[in-house]
Every structure is written in C-alpha cells, then in structure tokens.
Design a binder for this molecule. Structure first.
Ligand code: ADP
Ligand code: MG
Ligand code: MG
Length: 208
C-alpha cells in the first residue's frame, strides 16, 4: 500500500471508530466511568478532520501514523488518549521513511508501538487493558512478516479480537476497573475492544 492508500484506509477506520461510540460507551459503563466511547469518538473525529484537510501533508507512512498519534493524544484526553496516542506515535516513528506499507512494516508498527505503550503505562498482557489485544496482534504479525498484507491482516485481526475476548476472564489492575477487583471478571476491557476494532476496520478497508 502506498501513502495515499494508507491515508484512505485510516480515514475509513476513523469513520468506523466514530460510529462505534455507543458500543464502546456501553463497555466502559459496565467496568469504568463510561467515557471511553466519547473519548475515542472525539479523537477519531479529529483524525477525520486532519486527513480530510486538503493541506494535510505527511512525508511518508511513518509520519502519517505519527501525526495520527499526536492528534489522538491532544484531542482525546483520559488514559486512552495517552495510550493510543503513544501507540500510533511510537509505531509511526519506528517505520519512519516507509513508502510501502506491508506485513513487515505493520509488524514493526505493532511491536514497537506495543513496547512504547508498555514503557508509558506498564501494563503487561493479562492486566486487562488494550495491551491484551495489541500484544496478541503483534505476536501474530511477527509470524506473518513475509505474507501478503491482505493475507496477514485478517489473521492479525482474529488474534486481536480473541485478545479482547480474553480480557473478560481477567481481573483489572489499571484504571477504575481495578476497584471492581474480581467483579471485573465477565466484562471485556473497552480499550482492548477499541484496539481490535481499529485493526478490524483497517482490514475491512483493505478487503474491499
Ligand atoms: P479513562 O480510564 O481515563 O476513563 P478511557 O475510558 O478512555 O480512559 O480508557 C480506558 C482504557 O484505557 C482501558 O479500557 C484500557 O484498555 C486502557 N488503559 C488504561 N490504563 C492503561 C495502561 N496503563 N496501559 C494500557 N492501557 C491502559
Ligand atoms: Mg473511562
Ligand atoms: Mg475517564
């Protein structure tokens, strides 16, 4: 995929994330303070404005993701603004100079983005956060670096979705859900669902 195609893919993804607000809100109402959907909607609405601006300019695909991260960080607020902002910024920086987005660059974006999220927030897989979707996606991406992007991404999405599903069995150790302790069991972490949705919508665009 070239820069223009990735830009279109992220615009589509942003539109779908805005539409996902009610579902994400519902999840955070059960386990958090109910603002996750609103935060994601605000962030991705800002991404739509950014990417639709005729004066928008990215030097390469890494810069595109970096700018998306900066915009999320400055528009969203909340724990997830910092976390998802860090993910896209660090992931984008790690693929600086990229003009062809493929399974290998996606793997680098996911793995380096995940490491930066860990540096920032200290959540490990199993802590019931977006890291559970991200780490699962990154692991599958690592195994598929030589595949075609159209073959790799569906499998990466599947892993991310499974990672988000798995959070229902975990006890939260971060954010407000931590206060629920064992009562957080049975409910999915909202951020993990957002992470899986982002990848799902990227794939939906790719497959059409
Ligand atoms: P807030 O918790 O400030 O209300 P949101 O509701 O928007 O923010 O986002 C909550 C989500 O952020 C959680 O579902 C979780 O996935 C993610 N999150 C919170 N803390 C961390 C962390 N330390 N590392 C990774 N993700 C985190
Ligand atoms: Mg919240
Ligand atoms: Mg909040």
């Amino acid at each position: 995929m070239n820069l223009l195609q990735v830009r279109e893919m992220m615009l589509f993804t942003a539109e779908k994330m805005v539409e996902s607000e009610p579902e994400l809100t519902a999840l955070d109402q059960v386990i958090g303070d109910g603002d996750h959907g609103i935060g994601m909607k605000r962030g991705f609405a800002a991404i739509i404005v950014l990417l639709q601006n005729p004066n928008f300019n990215a030097i390469d695909i890494g810069d595109l993701f970096n700018q998306i991260g900066t915009k999320l960080m400055t528009s969203m607020g909340g724990a997830s603004g910092a976390i998802f902002g860090t993910f896209f910024r660090a992931g984008g920086k790690s693929i600086a100079g990229t003009t062809d987005f493929n399974a290998e660059t996606l793997s680098k974006l996911l793995n380096d983005g995940w490491q930066a999220v860990y540096q920032r927030g200290n959540a490990k897989p199993g802590d019931k956060t977006m890291v559970d979707a991200l780490a699962a996606a990154a692991k599958t991406a690592t195994e598929l670096t030589s595949a075609k992007l159209t073959d790799a991404l569906p499998k990466i999405v599947e892993s991310a979705m499974q990672g988000a599903e798995n959070t229902a069995q975990m006890i939260a150790v971060f954010g407000r859900a931590k206060n629920l302790g064992e009562r957080s069991i049975g409910h999915k972490d909202p951020g993990s669902v957002s992470m899986a949705f982002i990848l799902k919508y990227m794939n939906d665009y790719l497959q059409t």
